[in-house]
Design a protein around this ligand. Structure first.
Ligand SMILES: Cc1cc2nc3c(=O)[nH]c(=O)nc-3n(C[C@H](O)[C@H](O)[C@H](O)COP(=O)(O)OP(=O)(O)OC[C@H]3O[C@@H](n4cnc5c(N)ncnc54)[C@H](O)[C@@H]3O)c2cc1C
Length: 336
């Protein structure tokens, strides 16, 4: 693979081999739209096979050059070897999520640069700085960056700020902008890099049903036990909608971890969301604040969630759910 690291100042990396490339591509586009001073000159896209480029093109940010790195056995080690050997940008932008965070941190280590995981913004003024949330989203911190390359893995909030992607079916004439980019295809070796002894691909259970949900119930610690969470899942079933949980509920194993909502889990933007026994800590709120309507059940009228709710029921969680379930069953009962 030719080394043309000198040519590219700002590079965007995307994982086109993931099950859902559109949200992260949309998040990167939203970030670039909000930072017009950043003009990436190259987009590097990992793909499973070269023909995937036909589908991906309409999702990609506009850059003068695109490199598609195809490997039928996508694993980070190989991609990192290629990226570290091939490129040496000043600024590298990675999408929100695990792929982005891992690539940013490990590329920065290889390039002896700086990584910022969860970057909300980037400024190149008198000083070069990046802003991100700290202390479980309770504070925003601005970090001065001195050691380039600067590797930014974007904050999850950019997923919620993304434009709905336009998917152009392969047969349709690609947009003029898409075809103006100079493109190159490389294939990555499918054997493991020397120091990687073993590798197993585990499909992560999608939490997308939460991220894409139009109506949502959230279980919090105020439900007190597994039975309380089971009552909420029954109510969700009667409403015909998915349900998620706060971190303590997942940590207590009252529900699967892939039900987690918030900065460490799914970011949602439903039409309406009902939280039950949830306090409204910033880390969870970040995952539901894009709801069009937010409702809550909590015994504490001072709980932060109450102030953020369009409708707040100050009451006992299980009792309220039992009442709601009764009403739903009456409503769903077939008319005789
Ligand atoms: C780096 C980091 C990342 C994090 N990421 C996440 C994340 O992604 N998602 C997440 O959820 N958390 C996350 N957290 C944890 C987060 O800060 C909070 O601790 C958590 O969201 C609180 O969950 P909760 O509201 O269920 O519990 P609590 O804060 O304990 O609130 C329980 C609420 O239930 C009410 N209540 C109690 N009993 C009843 C009852 N019988 N009936 C009705 N109401 C009742 C109480 O008044 C209280 O308001 C993270 C923390 C850190 C440090």
């Amino acid at each position: 693979m030719p080394d043309d690291s000198a040519n590219f100042e700002t590079i965007v990396f995307l994982n086109g081999a993931s099950a859902e490339p559109a949200p992260s591509a949309g998040a990167v586009k939203a970030f670039l739209a909000a930072h017009p001073q950043i003009e990436p000159d190259l987009c590097v896209i990992a793909v499973r096979k070269p023909s995937d480029a036909d589908f991906l093109r309409s999702l990609l940010p506009q850059t003068p050059t695109r490199h598609f790195v195809a490997t039928d056995f996508p694993q980070l080690e190989t991609l990192l070897e290629i990226v570290a050997a091939k490129y040496r940008p000043t600024l590298a932008i990675f999408p929100p999520g695990l792929f982005g965070a891992e690539m940013a941190a490990r590329s920065a280590a290889r390039w002896r640069g700086t990584a910022v995981i969860g970057a909300a913004s980037f400024e190149r003024g008198e000083k070069i700085s990046a802003q991100k949330s700290v202390y479980s989203q309770n504070l925003q911190a601005v970090f001065e960056l001195t050691q380039a390359p600067f590797c930014l893995a974007l904050a999850k909030e950019w997923l919620a700020r993304r434009e709905p992607p336009k998917v152009v079916p392969p047969l349709a004439a690609p947009e003029s902008a898409a075809s103006s980019a100079e493109e190159a295809f490389f294939s990555a070796p499918s054997e493991n890099p020397p120091r990687l002894l073993a590798f197993e691909l585990r499909e992560r259970k999608k939490t997308s049903d939460l991220a894409e949900a139009k109506r949502l119930l959230i279980a919090g610690l105020g439900l007190e036990d597994k039975e309380g969470v089971a009552l909420l899942s029954e109510t969700a079933a009667a409403l015909g909608c998915p349900w998620g949980v706060s971190r303590p509920v997942a940590m207590n194993a009252w529900a699967d971890l892939d039900k987690l909502v918030g900065v460490s889990g799914a970011m949602t933007s439903p039409d309406w969301c009902l939280t039950v026994g949830v306090s409204g800590a910033a880390a969870l709120l970040a995952g539901v604040e894009s709801s069009r309507r937010l409702a809550s059940v909590n015994t504490d009228p001072e709980a932060p969630i109450v102030a953020r709710s369009d409708l707040a029921i100050v009451g006992e969680a299980k009792e309220t759910l039992k009442e709601l379930l009764l009403l739903l069953r009456q409503k769903n009962r077939p008319k005789s």
